[in-house]
Design a binder for this molecule. Structure first.
Ligand SMILES: *[C@@H]1O[C@H](CO)[C@@H](O)[C@H](O)[C@H]1NC(C)=O
Ligand SMILES: *[C@@H]1O[C@H](CO)[C@@H](O)[C@H](O)[C@H]1NC(C)=O
Ligand SMILES: *[C@@H]1O[C@H](CO)[C@@H](O)[C@H](O)[C@H]1NC(C)=O
Ligand SMILES: *[C@@H]1O[C@H](CO)[C@@H](O)[C@H](O)[C@H]1NC(C)=O
Ligand SMILES: CC(=O)N[C@H]1CO[C@H](CO)[C@@H](O)[C@@H]1O
Length: 395
């Protein structure tokens, strides 16, 4: 016990505490597989949304679950279209490398993980059947740049560790939370998950220490109905949300890449040079920081039902090498690509890249035609075309 406390103290002391423009702490909580239209009708979710901003045009990136989690920290899902065991090579950097540039501490909290840094595929309930923790809902562990680094691996902890960190006011400045396969709704259902969420969130929303300058993103990973556009409910909560915006709606186009762009924007971090660049920053944060969102995509055209080809695609004919990042891009943090990426991808600096900084959401089309697959172009800076988006918060 005393040893654990000491370790915690040592870890906290080595990390910096870096104030952000709109928040000092970002916590994202992920639920599973529900369509927007059903979730907004749920009474628990209506209660939750009263405390924050409902994002009405937030989209999952593809199906099934795993690529959505992977994309949220790496800026691409690399063609992934399944939930099986995958590994992304060490030369692919993540959000962790961005946070490291300012020594900002982070952790992943996964309900049912048996111990820090667990790399197995799943854990089961006592009945031996019911899945509890699943690797596919862990966005960090599939990246070799994280799992092959002991310091980073040990930051993948359990939900019990989250509660301990809340109690000790020892939460890191970035945290991902995945409830287990029951509580996230995957093996139960919509109401079970929103009810769990209320039970989980309410004490936190009443905890002044926790709420102070904290931004919580409650989101789903993907929608339920694969034949419909991948629109999901997401809500921004916490003490960082201005009071006058509580209970409002924001209809800006967002995706899981907005997590990266918003964090980069808030802490003036460099970028990954992938789809993080150009993704809209959460509008209230952009308003505070003075950043202009420019992704002007036609929201009605977003589908995101199928994965485009790539390195992690299960279909051999859809295999593609990992695309080189666009080393010329400047992200929402006002900075270029992070140094480690520039070093790792130096030899590919002359290669064409699909990352153009426009914020356009590519997908696998309808599976027959490929008109919305990534388009490779020479590496270049991005200059926004046309008008920047004005922000509206509707009551
Ligand atoms: C391992 O992770 C730590 C903490 O993120 C980082 O400072 C260090 O550079 C990493 N080591 C390697 C070899 O990537
Ligand atoms: C909601 O959660 C509470 C606390 O965990 C539990 O007691 C209650 O039975 C749940 N209600 C429903 C409808 O699942
Ligand atoms: C990145 O790593 C992969 C897998 O080891 C390798 O195939 C690829 O050539 C590497 N890319 C660069 C630019 O080094
Ligand atoms: C979205 O893509 C899916 C899968 O290809 C397709 O079945 C569906 O018709 C598309 N929906 C729209 C509105 O384009
Ligand atoms: C790391 C960083 O850029 N911090 C800045 C965040 O925003 C505040 C307020 O604008 C600045 O004072 C910090 O320097």
């Amino acid at each position: 016990m005393r040893f654990g406390l000491l370790l915690g103290w040592a870890a906290a002391a080595s990390a910096a505490y870096v104030p952000g423009k709109a928040f000092d702490r970002f916590i994202t909580i992920w639920l599973e597989n529900q369509d927007y239209t059903k979730v907004v009708e749920d009474n628990d979710m209506k209660e939750i949304a009263k405390h924050g901003i409902l994002l009405t045009e937030y989209h999952g990136l593809t199906h099934p679950s795993q690529p959505n989690y992977v994309a949220s920290v790496g800026g691409d899902y690399f063609g992934l279209n399944h939930d099986e065991f995958v590994q992304v090579p060490t030369n692919v950097s993540t959000l962790v490398d961005l946070l490291d540039t300012k020594n900002i501490d982070w952790r992943g909290y996964f309900e049912g993980v048996p111990g820090p840094g667990y790399m197995g595929p799943a854990t089961h309930a006592k009945d031996g059947h019911q899945l509890i923790y699943v690797r596919k809902h862990n966005p960090f562990v599939s990246y070799d740049s994280i799992s092959r680094n002991g310091t980073r691996l040990l930051k993948l902890q359990s939900l019990a560790d989250f509660q301990t960190d809340v109690k000790n006011n020892a939460l890191p400045q970035y945290a991902h939370v995945s409830p287990n396969m029951l509580n996230d709704g995957h093996d139960t259902g919509l109401h079970y998950a929103t009810n769990w969420t209320q039970t989980f969130l309410n004490p936190l929303l009443d905890n002044k220490q926790f709420m102070e300058k904290t931004l919580v993103l409650l989101t789903y990973d993907e929608s339920e109905t694969y034949s419909k556009p991948n629109r999901i409910v997401s809500v921004l909560l916490g003490g960082a949300v201005p009071d006058k915006l509580k209970g409002t709606k924001d209809d800006t186009l967002y995706s899981h890449y907005s997590i990266l762009s918003t964090v980069e924007n808030n802490w003036s971090l460099p970028s990954l040079g992938r789809y993080d660049v150009g993704a809209n920053v959460f509008a209230f944060v952009a308003e505070i920081s003075g950043y202009k969102n420019h992704a002007s995509d036609d929201i009605a055209a977003v589908n995101n039902s199928l994965s485009y080809p790539g390195f992690l695609n299960w279909n051999p004919s859809e295999y593609r090498p990992i695309p080189p990042p666009n080393l010329k891009l400047v992200g929402a943090g006002g900075q270029g690509v992070v140094d480690i990426v520039k070093t790792e991808w130096k030899l590919a600096a002359g290669d064409e890249t699909p990352y153009d900084g426009s914020g356009h959401l590519y997908d696998g089309g309808d599976g027959l035609k490929s008109e919305n697959e990534p388009v490779y172009k020479p590496q270049a800076e991005y200059t926004p075309q046309g008008a920047v988006r004005s922000v509206r918060f509707d009551a």
